[in-house]
Design a protein around this ligand. Structure first.
Ligand code: SF4
Length: 204
């Protein structure tokens, strides 16, 4: 186990978060399937990491009502899916950066992932590959500006300067995806958060 992974896991737990370490994508998905009751509804934040561990179809197949704005739900508009996700029993997301001191840092364009960590759910689960681990908050900001946001704007085909340059220009673009940042220093009161650290490179 790398030193950074050991430190982050130890300090996340010290900060009041529940921590699980998974060796693989499949083990992370199995962990979530064990932790989430079969009758719970499950909302998703936008996340390549969640896509990579394949948890959405597994939950859907066993009957959990699942709401992810990346997936169509018969009879519901995209906005209605997002609304359902915002009040689901469990909320799944990833993180843009997790520090060695056990802080969780996420930056959003809309803020739905950030809201999901603060209220509206019985539990929240963050799935993060070891590529999201950073030494400190400065490194977290640098990671988001240069490793997380630019490839996301390319993926979303947004017209931002970083989509061209590959690094942050602190833009004024209407398409800017870095509008709100939430740093969780410790477990807040409303939604118990479990962090599943996966020994793989996942997402951006
Ligand atoms: S602020 Fe603008 S340029 Fe910087 S990473 Fe975000 S979207 Fe890209």
């Amino acid at each position: 186990m790398s030193n950074l992974l050991e430190q982050a896991a130890h300090n996340l737990a010290r900060n009041g978060f529940t921590v699980h370490i998974a060796d693989s994508e499949a083990e992370a998905a199995d962990f979530l399937l064990r932790e989430i009751p079969t009758d719970w509804s499950v909302g998703f934040g936008g996340s390549i990491s969640l896509d990579q561990i394949g948890i959405y179809p597994k939950l859907a197949e066993r009957g959990n009502p699942v709401y992810w704005h990346w997936q169509s739900v018969p009879g519901l508009s995209r906005q209605e899916v997002q609304q359902k996700a915002s009040t689901a029993d469990a909320f799944l997301l990833s993180s843009n950066a997790i520090t060695a001191s056990g802080a969780i840092v996420n930056t959003d364009g809309y803020g739905n992932r950030l809201a999901g960590l603060l209220y509206g759910h019985q539990r929240a689960f963050i799935v993060a590959g070891v590529n999201k681990l950073v030494p400190d908050l400065d490194a977290a900001r640098i990671r988001i500006a240069n490793q997380a946001a630019p490839p996301n704007t390319r993926r979303l085909k947004l017209e931002t300067p970083c989509a061209e340059t590959g690094y942050c220009m602190n833009c004024d673009s209407p398409a800017r995806i870095c509008n709100a940042t939430l740093i969780l220093h410790r477990q807040p009161g409303a939604v118990p958060i479990t962090v599943c650290l996966v020994k793989r490179t996942l997402g951006f």
